[in-house]
Structure formats: C-alpha cells, structure tokens
Design a protein around this ligand. Sequence first.
Ligand code: KG4
Ligand code: ZN
Length: 352
Amino acid sequence: MKLYDAKDRVLSPEPYILGIESSCDDTACAITKGRKVLSEAIISSAEIMELYGGVVPEIASRAHTDAVSEVTGRALKEAGITIDKIDAVAVTYGAGLLGSLLVGLSFAKALAYSLDVPLICVNHIRGHIASAYLECDELEPPFVTLLASGGHTAILYTKDTKHFECLASTCDDAAGEAFDKIARVLGLPYPGGPNIQRAAKDGKACISFPSCETRDKTRVRFSYSGLKTYVLNYVNSKKMKGEEINIGDVAASFQVCAIEPLVKRTIEYAQDLGVRYVTLGGGVAANDYLRARMEEECKKHDLWLILPEKRRCTDNAAMICAEGYVKYTAGDFSPMSQNAEAQIPLESVLKT
Ligand code: KG4
Ligand code: ZN
C-alpha cells in the first residue's frame, strides 16, 4: 500500500531523514535512511559552558546560530548524499532553551520549505525514547523505557508507536540534575554526570545515603531532592569540621544510591507488564554503572535490553531522525506555524 502526504506526494518506505537537535548546548545534525544512521555531526559548546559552570542560554543560542549550517553540511558530506535526496526534515521543537530551539526550528523550516519536503517537529523526550529503534531493527512496541536525563526521570511504557504511559517518575529533581549539582559541590567540572562516574571509579560505595525512592499508596515515585540535600550537607559539614572528603567514595556512594532504585523498578514494571524489551534513554543512560547493572538484571530476568550507544543517550540528532521516521510512516507532519516550546509536561509528551 502506498502512502501519500497532504500534497499527494508518495512517501518513501525507507526515507532519507535529516534531523536537527538544538535544545541545549549541542548543535547536532544526523541523516538516517529508515533505521540506518548514515551520518551524525555535532558541534558542542560544552567547553565554553564549562567556563561558566553550566549552560548560559544566550551564549548557547549564539553558538547554535554559528554552528547549525556547518553541522548540516558535515552531516550531508559524511552521508555521501546531496541535499535533494532528503525526504523529510525532522527537528526538536521542545522542550529546551527557547532561544536554542528557535535556531534549529527556524533552520529546519527553511530547509523543508526550500526542498518542498515535509517538516516533522519532534518532542525531545520522544526522541530519547525512539533512540532505541536505531540499535535494533526488530524492536517494536510494547517495551518499557527507563528515561533519565537532565530534565526527566521516568519509567515509561510504549504500548505502540502512539500510546505511552508513565509508570513512575520523579516528584522533584531529575537524576541528571542531581549528578550535576553534586559534581559541583565536589568541585568537579560541568557536565557533572561523566565526572561523577570518573571519580566513582576510584572510590567505594561505603557511605550510606538516603534512598531516592518514595512510595505513595499506589505508585512508585523517585525523589532526588532529598538525596541531593543530604549529600550536600554531608560534604559541607565535613568541610566545616576540616575533615578530609574522599571524593571517590562520595561519588560512588551517590551513584549507587541514585541508580539502584531505577534499575529495580524498571525490571519490576517490565516483568509485571510481560514485555520482552527494556530500553534506556537520556544522558544518564550513558552511565557505565547503570548500563552494567541493567545488563546484569535484564539477563537475570530474561529480558532483552536495548542499549543505545552512549553518544545516542545524551542529546543527539539521530534520535530526532528516529522519532521523525515513526511520524513519517504515520504521515504525521507539522505545519510551518509550529512554535518552539520551552516546557512540555510529561503527560502531554506522551499524548500524540
Ligand atoms: O539527555 P541529556 O543529554 O540532556 C537532557 O535532555 O537533559 O542529559 C544530560 C544529563 C546531564 O545531567 C548529565 O550530567 C547527565 O545527563 N549525564 C550523565 C552521564 N553522561 C551525561 N549522568 C551520569 N553518568 C554519565 N556518564
Ligand atoms: Zn535530552
């Protein structure tokens, strides 16, 4: 059966999709054909942001403006195709830093318009979920995803490509945010997650920190705010007493405490729902300890773990292509009037 778009163009079964992601401090462009990634280019402003200890929105927008055309050129060159081959342009429209999103979105609109191909606006979180499709040709819903990034921490159930459910989520900070804040108090540079991981390798998980899980009557909830405050107080009181702080031990203990409940609950939900696949997404999914523990537990419980490559856990454009492909196949295209959105509540992310 042939599929047509609103302009009566025949849709390709294996489209070339050019994806753009510019929601935070990285400007990324990727090109996919079906689920195959042909190229990925990224220009990061993380080094500049390191000087400020975090992302400065105005500087990030300017960096995107300087980089967006160049990353697109690099991605096309690496894919070995000319721009007229592109069947659709996918782009993150939210959530993220408004100025940064607007740079990518405006560029994508202009590109789609000039090529006369569909524009597909992608929700960043749906991109993180879809990144697993790039790792495994056979992956189809239903599956359970542990999403852990700088903005979100949730266990999600993808029933089919259009129906999602949030099984558990954080009621305050996101896991990545806690990694970043604790890194800062330990004097580790931005971005915190990879640096906590590095420090943890030289330490032992010998300090007992409080759990990051709370449970109301029916539902599991994560809470990183209490854990973060506890670790901050622990470090500050040691400093005040002039006692030595073993950074490796603090990092390793925090890492175990922050990650174990996520692993445990993801496995439980996957088993309860009887799904075959478990997937990971979001920057924290690049964490070696989390990846190793997930592998161990999935093996033990006979679940198939689809683990996106590390560079496709943190923000990237290939995941935007992956969700773009899902939407392309459904003929779900966006109007040129689509605006960038800084904040999108998780409940609306999961509604198409
Ligand atoms: O998905 P992402 O790149 O951006 C958001 O959508 O938020 O996630 C960024 C978050 C940051 O908080 C960063 O510290 C964390 O992911 N992160 C990590 C690791 N790599 C990145 N956290 C723990 N371990 C890592 N290796
Ligand atoms: Zn992200």
